[in-house]
Design a protein around this ligand. Structure first.
Ligand SMILES: Cc1cc2nc3c(=O)[nH]c(=O)nc-3n(C[C@H](O)[C@H](O)[C@H](O)COP(=O)(O)OP(=O)(O)OC[C@H]3O[C@@H](n4cnc5c(N)ncnc54)[C@H](O)[C@@H]3O)c2cc1C
Length: 459
């Protein structure tokens, strides 16, 4: 985090010593303050509050879903009792062995709660039934629930008996965020790299990786005009999808590893941005993200860009909403024209009553192929064989999200990059340390009685 603030310091007026960040179960105090008066006031981090909610049945629920009085009231007595009974049944007769994500979720939340809050949404996000996704995915992303703890918490809250420590956990979460969005930090990092003598080639695609005798020797890339150039290399750090890396290497990989690489699957994503006047919102939206659990629509999640940073919206009387759709490049949804997607997005916003009018001032469509590495498919089961084969290439480091075919968030991705850089600078190789990032970390903490931490997807 000190590295982040060395690139983009905290905005002026925010004293680092007073900042207490709390985000997704992690906390941090005493950030370095902006020391220089000459800091460009645009190249700064803002201190922002986090609010994400689930939208279901025209009601907003906490995200991750919490079993508190408010949620139970919105669900109603009948559903609460049904979910409770189904949970008890699941605990008494758990599915064994626990193979799929469905087994994992039913065992922890009960069949009814699973069907209401996890099944449809997870399948919308991943495009495959939960019984085809590995249970490992759940173990990595979703917290277990102590129903007893959750119930005790709900009853204590209702009776006003929450202690001081418990009250602390419900403090509003806050985080630091670049004034003009996450890309701004990487623009600052790129500037610093170039100023320090680094050479950065944008719009170059690696098309060939020359590997022999457990070493990467040479890399060929094509620029946007299709012109190819090659470079010798001492180290090769890769964020390109593993599937592409293996096919660019022309190596006689062992069959088992090659089959896994060729069979890796991905989930694609597009987002439709819609600009409305704030008066078009049915409810005031203070959320960063709204997880859409209403049935019958394709949209999976909505971002409210104003709430990430107000500076990302030119007119404060307007609101930029980012509707997120999860699909595959082969789906008819992906193949629609941008105009058709915009019409669909407007229609869905109106049909779930987040806005009261179809009239958006402006709209934009952005497509992100291979946004999510898939933890499913026959090939994925043998991923470790591919990993150990690639790890043997001594001067090649797989990092990041698609680079490792791992559902890493940006912080994990940065840590994998940092670990690779530390190893190269330190002159040693320990690939296991890179793979150990984002395994058994905060997901296994249990601080507050959430039904699901980072229900899919956090991003
Ligand atoms: C929709 C979405 C929302 C997200 N939201 C969040 C969030 O809120 N919080 C969070 O922490 N994380 C979030 N993430 C995850 C975060 O974006 C990733 O963890 C992070 O960007 C991964 O970093 P990376 O460098 O591995 O991959 P990327 O940022 O994707 O960078 C990979 C780079 O490799 C380049 N590349 C690929 N192939 C080649 C090739 N053949 N030759 C040359 N270059 C190549 C690509 O062009 C790209 O520049 C989100 C991801 C998505 C898709």
């Amino acid at each position: 985090m000190n590295w982040w603030t060395s690139l983009l310091p905290l905005e002026k007026g925010v004293a680092g010593a007073d900042v207490h960040l709390q985000y997704q179960g992690q906390s941090r105090s005493n950030l370095p303050s902006t020391t220089s008066e000459v800091v460009n006031k645009n190249d700064v981090m803002l201190l922002r509050n986090r609010l994400s909610r689930i939208y279901f049945n025209r009601n907003f629920f906490d995200y991750p879903l919490k079993l508190n009085v408010d949620s139970l009231r919105k669900l109603g007595l009948r559903k609460t009792v049904t979910f409770g009974v189904s949970y008890v049944v699941a605990r008494l007769r758990p599915r064994k062995p626990e193979v799929s994500l469905e087994d994992f979720l039913v065992n922890r939340f009960g069949n009814k709660l699973y069907r209401q809050f996890f099944k449809e949404y997870t399948e919308k996000v991943w495009g495959v039934p939960c019984h085809e996704i590995s249970a490992e995915w759940g173990a990595q992303r979703i917290k277990s629930l102590s129903i007893l703890k959750a119930m005790t918490h709900a009853i204590k809250s209702a009776l006003g008996l929450q202690g001081k420590a418990a009250a602390q956990t419900s403090l509003i979460e806050s985080f630091i965020y670049p004034k003009y969005g996450p890309g701004q930090m990487w623009e600052a990092a790129a500037r610093k790299f170039v100023e320090s003598g680094g050479k950065l080639l944008m719009q170059h695609k690696v098309v060939e990786v020359d590997i022999s005798e457990s070493q990467v020797h040479r890399v060929t890339a094509q620029d946007s005009n299709g012109l190819s150039r090659s470079w010798n290399c001492s180290h090769f750090i890769s964020t390109m999808p593993i599937k592409d890396l293996v096919s660019a290497s022309h190596v006689a990989w062992p069959d088992d590893a090659l089959n896994v690489a060729q069979g890796l699957q991905y989930r694609d994503f597009f987002t439709v941005g819609l600009l409305y006047p704030k008066s078009a919102l049915v409810n005031e939206l203070r959320d960063n993200w709204i997880y859409i659990q209403e049935p019958g629509v394709d949209v999976g999640r909505v971002q409210v860009f104003n709430n990430w940073s107000p500076y990302m919206v030119a007119d404060p009387d307007n609101v930029w909403l980012g509707l997120e759709f999860f699909c595959s490049e082969t789906d008819s949804l992906w193949k629609k024209t941008d105009e058709e997607l915009i019409q669909l997005a407007k229609k869905e916003m109106l049909s779930i009553a987040l806005v009261n009018s179809e009239a958006a001032f402006d709209a934009v469509v952005l497509r992100v192929p291979k946004a999510y590495p898939g933890y499913f498919g026959a090939a994925y089961k043998d991923f470790d064989k591919l990993r150990s084969t690639l790890d043997k290439i001594e001067n090649m480091y797989l990092i990041g999200r698609n680079g490792m075919h791992r559902y890493n968030n940006q912080d994990h991705s940065m840590l994998t990059a940092k670990e690779a850089a530390d190893q190269i600078a330190g002159g040693y190789v320990d690939k296991g340390k890179i793979w150990a990032i984002n395994v058994d970390d905060e997901y296994h903490e249990e601080k507050s009685p959430n039904l699901s931490d980072r229900a899919p997807p956090a991003g």
